[in-house]
Design a protein. Structure first.
Length: 269
């Protein structure tokens, strides 16, 4: 039975009944009442909205599409997050050298480098219910919902205690981009786009991994195709807003970093 969002009643355990400013309450998805779950049992895939703490216990219910916009993992509100956090998206094809350049920025300016891929892999290895869910989805060839990745990024930003972040390899597509901005309320200061030909990127990847077969070359080319098809629209979206710093990534690391540093200082002032 759906709960009334204006109810002031108390639950049997004495905690206040959950209330919502603008979200709609739903049943638990199985025809039963709203469940009380331990925080570790939360599934980012379909839970974790409209919650109220009582120690380490959260009352949760299944989200609807309308509710996703109301999520606030950071616990500070979207408008405050938008003014507090300075974000740079770092995009480029595999082998474009973006990871190396991120490391140089971290070393010089002490900012935080977050890799969406690394966060997902760590999440899968954590042994948590959510991590196992993500691992199973990837194993079955399913796309991990954007809000899962965004929530991991939010959590990492909050726990870092810092305010400036390089987010590497994200957003991968337009859906990622829209989800990040909707969920966090944050628009990036800029996008560092590492422009590099497929030939150069392929040579770098093969040299880095020594002696790949033709099958691996075919896989690499598919990755190039995915980046061009899915990630370039994100670059073009921000280019229209004047937020893209396009870096010629075919030069030496030192020459590339000269431009990366100049772009960083320009957009972060």
């Amino acid at each position: 039975m759906p709960m009334n969002s204006n109810s002031n009643s108390e639950e049997e355990d004495g905690s206040p009944a959950l209330r919502s400013r603008s979200l709609k309450w739903t049943e638990d998805g199985h025809g039963g009442a709203i469940q009380t779950l331990d925080i570790q049992a939360l599934s980012l895939n379909d839970l974790q909205i409209g919650r109220e703490r009582k120690g380490q216990i959260l009352k949760v219910y299944r989200r609807t599409e309308e509710e996703e916009e109301g999520e606030d993992i950071m616990g500070i509100g979207k408008s405050k997050a938008a003014s507090m956090y300075k974000i740079i998206f770092v995009l480029g094809g595999p082998g474009s050298g973006k990871g190396t350049q991120c490391s140089k920025l971290v070393e010089e300016f002490g900012i935080i480098h977050l890799s969406a891929g690394d966060l997902l892999r760590a999440h899968m290895k954590s042994g948590s219910k959510d991590g196992n869910m993500v691992a199973e989805m990837i194993k079955n060839g399913q796309i991990v919902p954007s809000h899962v990745t965004v929530s991991l990024l939010e959590k990492a930003m909050k726990e870092s205690g810092k305010d400036t972040f390089l987010i590497d390899g994200f957003p991968r597509n337009e859906e990622n981009r829209a989800s990040f901005e909707k969920q966090t309320g944050i628009s990036p200061r800029c996008v560092l786009f590492f422009d590099c030909s497929e030939e150069v990127m392929q040579d770098r990847i093969l040299g880095r991994n020594e002696g790949r077969t033709d099958d691996n070359i075919e896989t690499i080319k598919k990755r190039f195709g995915v980046f061009k098809e899915q990630s370039m629209p994100v670059v073009e979206y921000y280019r229209k807003m004047g937020k893209v710093a396009q870096i010629d990534a075919e030069r030496s690391q030192e020459d590339v970093y000269t431009d990366v540093k100049a772009s960083y200082l320009k957009f972060m002032q």
